[in-house]
Ligand binder design. Structure first.
Ligand code: HEM
Length: 467
C-alpha cells in the first residue's frame, strides 16, 4: 500500500463505512469508520477483543512478551498501572527543562539558509529527549552506540527484504524467528561464531541483540547503584505492583524498549506534519506566534503556560485530525461481534480507521481544509477523534507527547524564522506502520535565534540528559 490515503479513500467511496481488506499473511481486517461502530469496538471487554496479540504479531520481536503492548486482560492492566506513573500530568512538568534544553541545542545545530529535513531533525530531537527521560543523564558511550543500533534496526525493518518476509511469512513465525534466534552459535572446535552475518535478515538480529545487550547492561548497572533520579528507569526500579512484586529484568527491559519505540518515532512524525501545516499557512503561523510570544521566555512557569494555550492546542489537534500518524487501531475478536449490520466472526481483525473517521464530512465540515478553529471551545468526542487510539488501550504517552509537541513547536517558532523549501505538496506516505510526510518536510531557517531562551530554566528544571 504505497499510497495509503488514496487506497482508504477509494475503499470508503466504493464500499462505505465498513469494509474488509486483506494484507499479506494476516487474517482479513474489517475496517470501521462510523463513530457508533468505533464506540462498540473501544468499549468492548477484554473477553470480546484483544490488542496484545495483534501488537505482538506486528512488532512483538522488538518489545518482548512482557511489554504493556503485548499483554491482554488482567496482566495488561497490571503492567499499565506499573508503567503509568512517569506519564501522569504532575510528573510531566519535571521533563520540561530537558525538553527545552534539547530543543535549544537542535536550533543551534540547524544551518541558516540551507534546506534540511525537519522530519530527520525531529527524529533526532525526540530520540534524545526520550532516551534522557527513560535512562537519565548518560555518557556519550551509551547514547551514540545506542543511536546507531536503533538507526540500523529502523533501516533494516524498512528494507524491501523485511517487507517481503513480513508479507510472506505468517507473522507468528517471523516473530518467533526474530525473538528466539541466537546471534552466535558454537561451531565446536572452531569456537563461537556470529551467524547474523550469514543469515538472511541477520542485520536485524544483530541490531536487536545489540540493543538488548545495552539495555540489560544498563539495568544491571543501575540495580547495583544507589542513584535514583527523575528518570523513568529510577521509578521502575522501585515500583511495586498490587501484589508487592517489583519488575523483573525482562519486564524492565520490555517496558523500556516499548516506551522508547512507541515514544519517539510517533511524536517526531506528528511534529513533522505540524511544521508542514504551520509553514504552509502563514495565517496560522502568525496567530500561533502571537499567542506563544505572549508568554515571556523567562517566565518561571513558561512550560506550564505554553501547554495551556488554546490556539496551540487546537493547532495540534487539527494536525492530528488531518494527518494522523497511526492510520488504524487494531483489535482481534475473541468472540463473534455485531458491528452495525454485520456479524463479524471470532478471529477477525477489526480496525477502527483513524484516517477515514477524521475525514468524515458529517462530523468535520470541509474535512480536507486545515482549520484549527474547529477545535476552539469544543470538547472532542473520543469516537470521532482518536489519534491516540481508545478504550483501555489508549496511548499511555498521549499527554507526554502533547506536552512535548507544544513545547518544541513553541520554542522553535518563537526563536527562528522558518519557511518550507519551495516544492510540491507533501504526499502522505507509509513509513513502517505510520503515515509520514513523504518528502520529509524540507525547511530553511532564514534567521538566527532572535533571543536567548531560558534554556533549562522555567517550571522545574531538568538536567540536559546525555551531555
Ligand atoms: C504523537 C505521538 C503518539 C501517537 C500518535 C501515539 C499513538 C498511539 C496509538 C494509536 C496507540 C494504540 C492505542 C490503541 O490500541 O487503542 C498507542 C499505544 C501506546 N503508546 Fe503511543 N503514541 C504517541 C506517543 C507515545 C509516547 C510519547 C509514548 C511513551 C513515551 C507512547 C507509549 C504508548 C504505549 C506504551 C502504548 C500501548 C498502550 C497499551 O497497549 O495499553 N506513545 N500510541
Amino acid at each position: 500500500m504505497f499510497n495509503p490515503g488514496s487506497f482508504l479513500d477509494r475503499c470508503h467511496r466504493q464500499f462505505g463505512d465498513t469494509f474488509t481488506a486483506r494484507f499479506g499473511s494476516y487474517p482479513p481486517s474489517v475496517f470501521v469508520s462510523h463513530p457508533e461502530d468505533i464506540k462498540r469496538v473501544f468499549l468492548a471487554s477484554s473477553d470480546e477483543v484483544s490488542a496484545g496479540e495483534a501488537n505482538t504479531n506486528l512488532m512483538g520481536f522488538l518489545f518482548g512478551q512482557s511489554s504493556v503492548l503485548s499483554l491482554d486482560g488482567k496482566s495488561h492492566l497490571r503492567a499499565r498501572r506499573m508503567v503509568m506513573p512517569p506519564f501522569h500530568s504532575e510528573r510531566l512538568r519535571t521533563y520540561y527543562g530537558s525538553m527545552r534544553a534539547r530543543t535549544d541545542e537542535a536550533i543551534r545545530r540547524w544551518p541558516v539558509g540551507r534546506p534540511f529535513s525537519m522530519h530527520e531533525e525531529m527524529h533526532r530531537l525526540t530520540f534524545d529527549i526520550i532516551l534522557g527521560i527513560l535512562f537519565g543523564p548518560q555518557e556519550r558511550e551509551f547514547y551514540e552506540p545506542f543511536r546507531s543500533l536503533v538507526a540500523e534496526l529502523v533501516k533494516q525493518t524498512e528494507s524491501p527484504l523485511f517487507h517481503a518476509l513480513f508479507a510472506m511469512l505468517p507473522s507468528e513465525q517471523l516473530t518467533a524467528w526474530l525473538t528466539r534466534s541466537p546471534a552466535r552459535v558454537s561451531l565446536g572446535p572452531l569456537g563461537e561464531r556470529d551467524i547474523t552475518r550469514i543469515l538472511p535478515g541477520g542485520a536485524i538480529l544483530r541490531a536487536k541483540h545489540g540493543i538488548d545487550a545495552m539495555v540489560y547492561g544498563e539495568i544491571t548497572r543501575r540495580r547495583a547503584s544507589p542513584y535514583r533520579g527523575d528518570d523513568v528507569l529510577s521509578t521502575f526500579l522501585d515500583a511495586k505492583g498490587e501484589d508487592g512484586r517489583g519488575m523483573s529484568d525482562a519486564e524492565l527491559h520490555d517496558q523500556l524498549i516499548t516506551l522508547f519505540i512507541a515514544g519517539h518515532d510517533t511524536t517526531a512524525t506528528a511534529l513533522s506534519w505540524a511544521f508542514y501545516h504551520l509553514l504552509k499557512q502563514p495565517g496560522v503561523l502568525g496567530k500561533l506566534r502571537a499567542e506563544v510570544n505572549h508568554v515571556p521566555a523567562d517566565d518561571e512557569a513558561w512550560g506550564h503556560r505554553i501547554c495551556e494555550l488554546p490556539y496551540l492546542d487546537a493547532f495540534i489537534k487539527e494536525t492530528m485530525r488531518l494527518t494522523p500518524v497511526a492510520p488504524i487501531i487494531i483489535r482481534i475478536l475473541q468472540q463473534p461481534l455485531t458491528i452495525g449490520k454485520y456479524e463479524i466472526p471470532a478471529g477477525s481483525y477489526v480496525t477502527p480507521c483513524v484516517y477515514l473517521t477524521h475525514r468524515r464530512p458529517d462530523v468535520w465540515p470541509e474535512p480536507e481544509r486545515f482549520r484549527p478553529e474547529r477545535f476552539l471551545g469544543t470538547k472532542t468526542n473520543p469516537y470521532e477523534f482518536f489519534p491516540f487510539g481508545g478504550g483501555v488501550r489508549r496511548c499511555l504517552g498521549a499527554s507526554f507527547a502533547l506536552h512535548e509537541m507544544k513545547l518544541l513547536l513553541a520554542q522553535v517558532i518563537s526563536r527562528t524564522e522558518l519557511r518550507l523549501e519551495p516544492g510540491p505538496d507533501e504526499p502522505i506516505a507509509r513509513k513502517g506502520l505510520f503515515l509520514a510526510p513523504g518528502r520529509g518536510v524540507s525547511v530553511i531557517v532564514d534567521g538566527r535565534p532572535k533571543r536567548r531562551s531560558a534554556g533549562g530554566s522555567g517550571d522545574q528544571p531538568g538536567a540536559a540528559a546525555g551531555t
